[in-house]
Design a protein around this ligand. Structure first.
Ligand code: UDP
Length: 246
């Protein structure tokens, strides 16, 4: 047990939405969009909080496969078409996550915002909350189902709809910094950022639609790094990691 929280294995947050970028699934060596070992490691992290009874909704991005905006810039595809391609990419990632979680003994339901009845349930908020109450992880794929949005906004939306205690945004960086820590050695990490500053300063970590949705619904956001093993567990236990936006 992680004793850094001082708690008795009792999670601070009972229902969370975890937003994973599609990029977290990529094999950084050969560039393959979905790396089996990385996928398994992420699913094991999710299982750790599932095993202690935390209700987990997962929103997965699709950027490892296709992004509407870059697709339209580089490949000449219409923005709207590109966005639908991006949303389909999230379903591919969602299927990979579902398969891997199930192999670890986690009960999972995949819901898609774009009807796809051979592969996934349609997104129905009441059904999603029922699954969570019955101890099933719910993967929200297909984004919001609308072009011109992102999966960060999807995560803010789904977290608000299901009444999550916290939106957890797992990234490659361990929080929000005053400047890019990859470029500047003297970059300082914030422990806490008010929503309004996140919006005003246009922090790169999430888009403004996602931030404002969270602000309007009083949904705290925790930005932290997935690289650190046990990070999701520590986050749900209320350990001081990452940057809290609230
Ligand atoms: N997308 C969309 N509407 C949504 C969510 C996603 O059109 O509600 C498209 C958009 O083209 C986006 C792509 O799906 O670029 C992949 O999502 P995102 O870029 O958020 O994935 P991530 O960066 O988290 O991997």
């Amino acid at each position: 047990m992680d004793d850094s929280t001082g708690s008795q294995n009792k999670p601070k947050y009972k229902r969370i939405v975890l937003k994973l970028s599609g990029e977290v699934l990529r094999n950084t060596e050969d560039g393959e969009p979905i790396d089996a070992r990385t996928l398994k490691a992420i699913c094991e992290e999710v299982k750790k909080v599932y095993d202690i009874g935390v209700q987990v909704g997962l929103v997965i991005g699709g950027g490892n496969i296709f992004r509407g905006l870059s697709g339209s810039e580089m490949k000449g595809v219409d923005r709207t078409t590109g966005d639908y391609m991006g949303m389909l990419a999230t379903v591919i990632n969602g299927l990979a996550l579902m398969d891997c979680l199930e192999k670890l003994g986690v009960t999972v339901r995949l819901q898609s915002a774009i009807p796809m009845d051979k592969l996934a349930e349609p997104f129905i908020v009441r059904r999603a909350t029922r699954h969570l109450e019955r101890g099933r992880v719910v993967i929200f794929a297909g984004g919001t189902g609308n072009p011109y949005f992102s999966t960060d906004t999807t995560a803010a939306l789904r977290a608000s709809e299901i009444g999550a205690d916290m939106l957890m945004k797992a990234t490659k960086v361990d929080g929000i910094y005053n400047k890019d820590p990859a470029k500047y050695d003297d970059a300082v990490r914030y422990d806490h950022v008010p929503y309004i500053d996140a919006l005003r300063e246009r922090l790169q970590v999430m888009d403004s639609t996602a931030f404002s949705l969270c602000m309007e619904n009083n949904l705290p956001i925790l930005v932290f790094s997935m690289k650190e093993p046990g990070a999701i567990y520590r986050a749900v236990m209320g350990a001081p990691i990452g940057t809290l936006v609230d």
